[in-house]
Design a protein around this ligand. Structure first.
Ligand SMILES: [Ca+2]
Ligand SMILES: [Ca+2]
Length: 220
């Protein structure tokens, strides 16, 4: 028989030899005295020095974490499930699994992370925190967010993110550099602009120009 707090003695369930169990519901986080009595054939034996039971906290735990990339925006939407009463969540993330340097706080079980470099992997973990931002529960596992974009390849003829041009080669001095930056040479006579018409002459000599996007640039 078990007495929990101010309650009555209640029978326990014999689980195995010498092991009895009783599931108890409590309302508050507190320390409760417990009392145990052995009842055999109308006789009951009380035990002294029975411990108190300290209910220190309810269980708070992030139970799952998923990431959905948004390729257009270079962001990842995180969603997670949790158990317990959680007021705030702290999301830590970064490009090193052992050093999650970045962090944001959310009051909802979701958050959007802006990926500064979408061509590398990120790692993220969610923690339950209190109003002061102190961790007060069990964190999620660390998840891996795979690169959401391939790195741009200069010279493949496709203008990709981070490239101003791509002329399908890795030659410099032809208007588009080896790093896919636009190369513009200053015109040699007054009045001309770096951006020119396709047929532009300097001192009677046609300028060599190159069409990049909708504009022509002087290349020499
Ligand atoms: Ca390219
Ligand atoms: Ca080039």
């Amino acid at each position: 028989m078990l007495k929990f707090g101010d309650g009555e003695f209640v029978p326990t369930t014999r689980q195995s030899a010498g092991v009895f169990t009783k599931e108890v519901t409590f309302d508050e986080i507190a320390t409760y005295p417990i009392d145990v009595k052995l009842a055999v054939n109308q006789n009951s034996f009380s035990f002294e020095d029975v411990e108190t039971i300290k209910i220190i906290d309810e269980l708070r735990k992030i139970t799952s974490l998923t990431a959905t990339p948004n390729i257009e925006r270079n962001t990842v939407n995180l969603k997670w499930t949790y158990i317990g009463k959680v007021d705030y969540f702290r999301i830590k993330y970064g490009t090193s699994q052992t050093d999650l340097r970045l962090g944001i706080t959310s009051s909802k079980p979701e958050a959007t992370l802006l990926l500064a470099d979408p061509t590398v992997a990120y790692y993220a973990q969610v923690f339950p925190v209190d109003e002061q931002g102190v961790i007060n529960g069990e964190a999620s596992d660390i998840i891996t967010i795979l690169p959401i974009k391939k790195p741009a390849i200069c010279g493949n003829g496709i203008v990709e993110e981070g490239e101003a041009c791509d002329d399908n080669n890795l030659r410099p001095e032809d208007g588009c550099s080896t790093k896919c930056e636009i190369e513009i040479k200053k015109p040699e006579h007054n009045g001309a602009e770096a951006v020119v018409e396709p047929t532009c002459y300097t001192d009677g000599i046609p300028l060599s120009s190159m069409k990049i996007g909708e504009r022509y640039y002087i290349t020499r």
